[in-house]
Structure formats: C-alpha cells, structure tokens
Design a protein around this ligand. Structure first.
Ligand SMILES: C[S@@+](CC[C@H](N)C(=O)[O-])C[C@H]1O[C@@H](n2cnc3c(N)ncnc32)[C@H](O)[C@@H]1O
Length: 485
C-alpha cells in the first residue's frame, strides 16, 4: 500500500528541516522551539514521520511538539507510540479558533486541497499573532479539484493580493485607485487577446464562461493570500471576514476592458459611497487596526469610503504639524508607521515553494514562510512617542542643515532596512519530482482470476488500473456467488 513513507514526501520533509535550521535555529536554541503539526499516523509502524524526520533530528524536544489529528483512530495510534509529543484530537480550524498559544513552527500538511474555510487558518495565525516573535509557517495541500465557488474566490484573491495588479494607476487622483488591480488585469487580458488577434467580445465571453480560469494561475492566489495575511497582521481577520467578492465587483469578470471597467468602477465607487453598509465595513477594519479612536473621521462625508485610511494618516500628520511643529511629510510618515505598528504585521524574512507528486498521485503544493516581528522598530516608535510627549525638539538646524532627533533618525534607518520580502519576491515553485508509479491496466479476466485467488478488491485496485475498488467489489460478489464459474 502507498503510504506517507514516500521518497518524494521525505524530500519535502528534508526541505522543511533545512528551512527551519536556516531561519530559526540560526538564532534560537532547539530546546526552546515550540512546534504545531499534523504528525500523521496512516498505518501502524509509520506514525509521526514528520516529527521523527524533521523535528527530533534538529534537537527539538518531543514535549514541545503539539500534534493535531482530527481522526480519532489515528490520534489513538499516535498516543500509543509514546513519543512524548502532545496529541490533540482536533481539527486545525477549531484548534486555532479556540487557542491563543504561540508556536515557532506551524506546519499544516493537509491531506486534501485548499478551501475557503481553511484560508481562515492563516488569517487566525496572522491576526492573533500565533507565530510569536519568530516563526516558520509551512503548508502542504493538494493542487487539484478545487470547487467552482472556490475557483471564483481564488480569482478575486489572485488579483486582490498579488503585485502585478496593484501597481500604481496612471492617474493618481483617480478615486478608483483602490481597484487598480482589476483595471490592470483588464488591460493585460485585453492586450493578450489583441496580440492573438481576437476581439474584446470573445474575451468578455471567455471570462463569463470560466474559460479563462487557468487553475495553476489561480492557485498562486493561495500563496499570495497567506503572504498578504501575514503582512497585515490583525487586519487579516477583518479581511477574511469580508468576502473578497465585495472588493471585486462581479461585473469586472464579465467586462474586463480597461475603459469600461474604469468607468464602472467610478460608478461603483459612487454607489458604494451611498451604501449604508460601506461605513460599517470600514469600521470593522478600524477596529481590527486598533485605531478606533479615529472612527469619527469616517462619519465626515468627505472622508467616506476608500479615502478613509488616507484621511486618517493626514489628519494625524496635520495634528503633529499644528501642535508640535513637525514637518507635515514627517508627521504623515510617522502616522503611517504607527498605524502599521498597531496591526503587528509579520515581516517575511524568507520564502521557499515546492511542488511534488506523491506516490498516491496527489499533486502537492508546499509553501514555507519565515516570519518575524520587527520589535526594534516598535521600541524606536515608543521612544519617538516619548520624545514627543516630553516636547524634545524634533528638528534642529545644525551647521546650516536640518537634523532630527536621534530616535527618529534611528527609526527611519531601521524602517528602511527592515522591509522584508513581499509579493514581488514570491519565489518560483521548484519541482521535487514524483514518486507516482503508473499502474498497468488489468483485463477483466485477469481481475476475476485474482479475485478467485483470494486477492482483495483493495489490493487489486492498488496494484492495477482499469477497475475501481467498487467495481472490483461487485465482481467479487459475483465470484463468491459463482456467477463466473
Ligand atoms: C498528510 S497527513 C500527515 C503526514 C505527515 N505530516 C508526514 O510527513 O508523514 C495528514 C494527517 O493529518 C490529519 N489531518 C488532515 N487535515 C487535518 C486538519 N485540518 N486538522 C487536523 N488533522 C488533520 C489527517 O487525518 C492525517 O492523519
């Protein structure tokens, strides 16, 4: 039987082991590392391969490993190994919803494909900071058979969260700038079709019919979603609760022509501004940002909608200029940094991505992120706040040139250095290979002979193609009844 004792799976474990060593154990002692994973226990004798192959060889202590297992038989099997790890009989989503323990490694080796429901997991991890100060987040899921609604959702996520579609719009005063992703996608698709000599009508048709859903391309939306969630911290939960369709007007999928879309987005913006739920949605963001004190800003009509965050930042910049004489551009920058800090986003220190085909013929996608919290920046921000409180002169002219407080200068230097990786740096997905061995087809006569020789339908289906387990079980019934004799 094909199990997780699989050479290509082992290769993926070795990649995880090396990634942890490179990004975590370079500054942490293994005995302090806390891990959460799905150890697996598909068959007796092959329990917790991930723990045995990844964590124990690195010197991580078994008592610091929490193993989640939603299947009670497997959980029992894991307990019986007496490996010393903690086994929790729970589904990951329930676990993360109900626990606020932090880990240094969270590795979710799923058996099936990604779903919208499961994408709440990275939102919970990022939004509730479950990776602590430093951490590794790893996911394995199958890249196949996503449901149609999830494909649609991925389309929105691919566009909403990935860089190519978030470039600046040509016209900075365009109020639909928040939707620039859609406009850029529309432009790109239009150009592609024009290059192929096909008109816009066909493009509109293809998009409406789902013809343009390149699943490989859409699945990239999963990596970008995780990355986006990790780098927006507490805001991730609000983002997840808000369905992306709300950010991606359906009409765009049907009319992806730049001019039309731009015009429609403008209209949609006007409509949205009059939408009574619009302000409420932004309140959710505010709350998640932890900047509810600015909430009254959105009640000013001129600050409605997409302009809100800009208004918030500007308002604070204005205040600093009025009360502390701080140059406006610096006040605005400081205000942006503080708003950012309140989300406690993760900085992405490193990323690796792989794909492989398991011996069960599952096409698997593996994403690894090394993250950290920029604590030095938070400390310097606190120092600048303290300076302001004590009215330390912010800027001075020395020898004819302007210099700023020591803390502000250090903060700017640190901020410039501590950017980390972002959507533009998503690495290519490397192929680890395949351990799938295609099976020979079996004829009906041979299948019946095997059944007569007491081979089980499961064994025959495992070794040969041509008949499903159910078909073989039906044949077995006939063998037992003597129909074929
Ligand atoms: C792919 S296997 C783990 C293999 C293991 N990591 C290895 O390297 O051999 C996944 C295991 O986790 C369990 N599992 C899958 N999805 C889960 C979830 N969402 N929550 C908890 N357990 C899950 C499955 O029952 C299965 O035993």
């Amino acid at each position: 039987m094909n199990t997780y004792d699989d050479p290509v799976k082992q290769l993926s474990r070795l990649r995880l082991r090396a990634f942890i060593k490179k990004n975590l154990l370079n500054h942490m002692k293994p005995e302090n590392v806390r891990v959460l994973c799905f150890p697996g226990a598909e068959v007796e004798g092959q329990e917790a391969l991930e723990v045995k192959e990844v964590y124990l060889p690195l010197g991580i202590l078994p008592e610091n490993v929490v193993g989640l297992e939603e299947d009670s038989t497997r959980a029992e099997r894991l307990r019986a190994t007496k490996l010393g790890i903690e086994i929790v009989d729970q589904n990951d989503l329930d676990y993360f919803r109900g626990n606020s323990d932090t880990f240094h490694v969270i590795s979710l080796d799923y058996t099936g494909q990604q779903t919208r429901e499961r994408l709440e997991v990275p939102a919970l991890i990022a939004g509730r900071h479950l990776l602590g100060k430093n951490g590794i987040f790893c996911t394995n899921y199958s890249g196949k058979r996503e449901s149609r609604p999830f494909q649609t959702e991925l389309m929105a996520r691919r566009i909403l969260f990935s860089p190519a579609y978030r470039e600046e719009v040509d016209d900075p005063t365009d109020r639909s700038a928040g939707f620039s992703g859609y406009i850029n996608l529309a432009k790109e698709l239009e150009q592609e079709y024009r290059d192929m000599g096909i008109g816009n009508e066909r493009l509109v048709e293809d998009i409406a019919s789902g013809e343009l859903r390149d699943l490989g391309w859409l699945r990239e939306g999963i990596t970008h979603t995780t990355l986006a969630y990790l780098t927006i911290g507490s805001l991730a939960l609000a983002y997840h609760t808000e369905t992306p369709e709300r950010y991606m007007p359906q009409f765009l999928m049907q009319h992806p022509v730049a001019g039309i879309v731009r015009e429609r987005l403008r209209q949609s913006y006007v409509q949205q501004s009059g939408d009574p739920t619009f302000k409420d949605r932004h309140r959710i963001f505010l709350k998640a940002l932890g900047v509810a004190r600015w909430q009254d800003l959105i009640d000013k009509p001129e600050n409605s909608g997409e302009n809100f965050s800009t208004a918030m930042v500007e308002e604070y910049g204005d205040y600093l200029e009025r009360t502390k004489g701080i140059p406006r551009h610096i006040g605005t920058m400081f205000s942006l940094m503080r708003a950012e800090e309140e989300k406690r986003p993760y900085v992405i220190a490193d990323m690796e991505r792989y794909q492989y085909t398991s011996n069960k013929n599952f096409f698997m996608l593996m994403d690894m992120f090394a993250v950290r919290q920029p604590y030095k920046i938070y400390q310097l921000l606190d120092s600048v706040v303290e300076d302001l409180r004590n009215n330390v002169p912010f800027a001075r002219v020395r020898n004819g040139s302007l210099s700023y407080t020591r803390n502000w200068s250090r903060l700017c230097a640190e901020y410039a250095e501590d950017r980390g990786l972002n959507h533009h740096d998503v690495p290519e997905r490397h192929d680890l290979g395949s351990s799938w061995v295609p099976r020979d087809r079996i004829s009906r006569t041979d299948a019946i002979d095997f059944l007569k020789a007491n081979c089980s339908p499961a064994e025959i289906a495992e070794c040969f193609s041509g008949f499903s387990r159910r078909q073989l079980a039906a044949m077995k019934a006939h063998v037992t009844m003597g129909t074929y004799d």
